[in-house]
Design a protein around this ligand. Structure first.
Ligand code: C2E
Ligand code: MG
Ligand code: MG
Ligand code: MG
Length: 290
């Protein structure tokens, strides 16, 4: 009986693996066509400045609306884009779109609040493969030049894990990107294995505390201590600290208590299409659900 049981379990397991492999294959094929057929587009989520109660910037988050399967999350398709090498052209499109949209935000802000008003930055996620590709430097430079965006208004987000996997290479690439004048954020901080000392070693200017710590901090004293430590450390190293995944007024109250200046999450807004981001910008902080 045990053997029979084992056999049928093997069969079920095998069939699920087969289905997953088929889906991967199908998605990889479809991803090739997706960018041409406008199935890939960028949404924006506001990053709010809790001190000034303004929108400090927007993070570009890629979306894929598959013609038959509906929305597919970046956590599923970015790895496929990396495996197939499609990430290079997709990533370039995201960057170009984000810079062009940021230019529009600057114009909107200037026409509404005057030329001296601070225009929001745009943050773009960069995957490991992209960071390890030296051509990225020239691409960022030419996209900035074509769009006319000031380098200081572009930030690239790289996850802690990617940085830790290739410490030496990553350090070199970050240094070159930094020389262009753009901002660099360490994304999902706390989920990887880096020690706090790496915050000094990498030429970054922003830390994004992973959303798992924010939700856990409400009930778990250790997570709260980590949030508090990162905020303090960020301040003493001159780094901006952004809390990700701020979903409730309790999260916000805790962050304010620990002196965290920037926050991002569903409490303020989910990621929205570019037109909605523009409307949000014109309406200001008061329009965000707080
Ligand atoms: P990330 O950069 O850490 O982005 C934050 C993720 O948290 C986004 O998921 C966002 O929609 C989600 N989020 C925002 N606020 C909340 C909240 O209050 N609660 C919860 N539970 N989640 C929240 P999304 O859009 O599914 O993206 C997942 C990941 O995919 C991103 O994580 C990023 O690593 C990657 N990604 C997205 N767009 C791109 C892209 O254009 N290029 C690359 N290379 N990676 C991308
Ligand atoms: Mg990010
Ligand atoms: Mg993150
Ligand atoms: Mg993430």
């Amino acid at each position: 009986r045990a053997k029979e049981h084992g056999k049928s379990r093997f069969k079920v397991f095998n069939q699920r693996m087969h289905e997953e492999a088929l889906r991967t294959l199908e998605l990889e094929t479809d991803l090739r066509k997706a960018s041409d057929s406008r199935e890939l587009f960028v949404y924006y989520q506001p990053i709010v400045d809790l001190e000034n109660e303004t929108i400090a910037g927007f993070e570009a988050l890629l979306r894929w609306k598959h013609s038959r399967l509906g929305f597919i999350g970046p956590d599923e398709f970015i790895p496929l884009a990396e495996d197939t090498g499609l990430i290079f052209s997709i990533g370039r499109d995201v960057l170009a779109n984000a810079c062009a949209d940021a230019i529009r935000w600057g114009q909107l802000i200037a026409s509404r609040y005057g030329r001296d008003a601070r225009a929001p930055h745009v943050s773009v996620n960069i995957s490991g493969k992209q960071l390890m590709q030296p051509l990225l430097i020239g691409e960022v430079e030419s996209i900035l030049e074509e769009s006319g965006l000031e380098p200081g208004r572009l930030k690239l987000e790289i996850t802690e894990n990617v940085l830790m996997e290739h410490i030496t290479l990553a350090e070199g690439m970050l240094a070159r990107l930094r020389r262009i004048g753009i901002g660099l954020s360490m994304d999902d901080f706390g989920t990887g294995y880096s020690s706090l000392s790496y915050l000094r070693q990498f030429p970054i200017d922003t830390i994004k505390i992973d959303k798992d710590f924010i939700s856990a901090a409400i009930t778990d004293k250790e997570s709260e201590a980590i949030v508090s430590t990162v905020v303090t450390l960020g301040r003493s190293l001159g780094l901006d600290v952004i809390a990700e995944g701020v979903e409730t007024p309790e999260h916000l109250a805790l962050l304010r208590m620990h002196g965290c200046r920037y926050a991002q999450g569903y409490l303020f807004s989910k990621p929205v299409p570019p037109a909605e981001a523009e409307a949000m910008l014109l309406e200001g902080f008061a329009s965000l659900t707080v």
